[in-house]
Design a protein around this ligand. Structure first.
Ligand SMILES: NC(=O)c1ccc[n+]([C@@H]2O[C@H](COP(=O)([O-])OP(=O)(O)OC[C@H]3O[C@@H](n4cnc5c(N)ncnc54)[C@H](O)[C@@H]3O)[C@@H](O)[C@H]2O)c1
Length: 343
């Protein structure tokens, strides 16, 4: 039985990881830490395990096999590297780090230690997204020409356990990025995953339009962005993110090829819709996607536990986390320099 510890007992811990550890028959929750002790006590009370007094006490616990890092982004690299050095497998939430150097250090620490590192790029595990990858591989929509992918909802303050404009998600110091790092990184990873290729060029406009601190000042991270991206094979498309979709969430992706269009989570009645060039339409029921209001089992913890027990290479590895983060970093660079960035 693998013993897991969780750092950070906020929304993703409570709504996903603690629950999914408790439901896995090969893993048990051994303990948790959160600087807000009541949150740690709540999670330990619901799912078992002890409450550590500090992050270091958890990271130094020789009994732990697995550490799940679900803290504000600023701490991801530091905690992950220490856990790996202490011979623990690590599941670290996205974005894996606040910069590419830290992300590379995390990958190197995993290699040195021989322990497994997985990044919580959970959109890949959504059944409709897995199916989309297979559809693209099968050639059903032909040669891929362009795409558009969007992730927008009403904002991180409605999701975070802190539930108010003082959430860390709105502070550059702790979050490093705004909506781009929170939800843009999901879509950057998703398109890489579905198309099976890497991006090499980015041009982005990134803005803070609406979110404010309690003082009434605009937040110091982005709440909206539109990015134009190009893949190595020449596919061009747009990635749009927003924390200000007050009229309802949008988590849709459209991939267009020379034989038709693959639409994912565009039509509420049909998670996958293929509109062929000859005007025929194929509807595929591939299940739903988690929304901020409705969480379903993500499969992240089950996958990680299987990787550890079966000693298989991690599907959503540090490298995958790095490449998704790289897209966000390059988009930020493009927005700041008002130029197209090649990478
Ligand atoms: N994969 C996904 O779909 C997904 C979804 C949501 C959040 N996330 C990621 O999970 C991470 C946590 O997000 P969240 O939504 O749970 O945020 P949250 O605001 O709900 O909770 C964060 C928790 O971390 C605690 N914390 C702060 N500093 C800490 C420290 N030094 N050590 C330990 N704990 C600390 C806070 O007290 C809080 O309880 C973020 O990196 C976020 O991007 C991933």
């Amino acid at each position: 039985m693998l013993k897991a510890g969780i750092l950070g007992c906020g929304a993703i811990c409570q709504r996903r990881h603690a629950k999914e550890i408790a439901a896995n028959r090969n893993c048990t929750l051994h303990g948790v830490f959160d600087p807000v002790t009541e949150r740690a006590e709540l999670v330990a009370g619901l799912y078992g395990g002890k409450v550590y007094k500090s992050a270091d006490e958890l990271l130094d616990d020789k009994d732990l096999d697995v550490v799940v890092v679900c803290t504000p982004n600023k701490y991801h690299a530091r905690y992950t590297i220490k856990a790996l050095e202490n011979k623990k497998h690590v599941l670290c939430e996205k974005p894996m780090a606040g910069n590419l150097k830290d992300a590379q250090d995390m990958i190197d620490a995993a290699e040195r230690s021989g322990m497994k590192l997985m990044i919580g790029q959970s959109q890949r595990l959504v059944p409709a997204h897995k199916m989309a990858r297979e559809i693209i591989k099968s050639g059903k929509i032909g040669k891929v020409l362009t795409f558009s992918t969007t992730f927008g909802h009403r904002g991180a303050e409605g999701w975070s356990i802190e539930g108010k404009p003082s959430t860390w998600f709105f502070k550059k110091e702790e979050a490093i990025f705004g909506a781009m790092g929170d939800i843009g990184v999901h879509k950057a990873d998703l398109i890489r995953y579905i198309l099976g290729e890497e991006f090499c060029e980015a041009a982005a406009i990134i803005a803070t339009r609406d979110k404010k601190y309690e003082s009434g000042e605009l937040i110091d991270v982005d709440d909206n962005a539109v990015c134009v991206l190009k893949t190595k094979s020449g596919v061009v498309g747009t990635l749009t993110v927003s924390w200000t979709y007050y009229g309802g969430e949008d988590n849709s992706t459209i991939i267009r090829g020379d034989k038709g269009a693959l639409k994912i989570f565009v039509n509420p009645d049909s998670p996958i819709l293929i509109e062929y060039a000859d005007k025929t339409v194929e509807k595929i029921d591939a299940g739903t996607i988690q929304t901020n209001e409705k969480q379903t089992d993500s499969g992240v913890m089950d996958l990680f536990v299987n990787h550890i027990l079966e000693n298989t290479p991690v599907d959503i590895s540090g490298y995958e986390g790095y490449k998704a983060l790289e897209v966000i970093v390059k988009c930020v660079e493009s927005a700041q320099t008002k130029s197209t960035v090649k990478f």
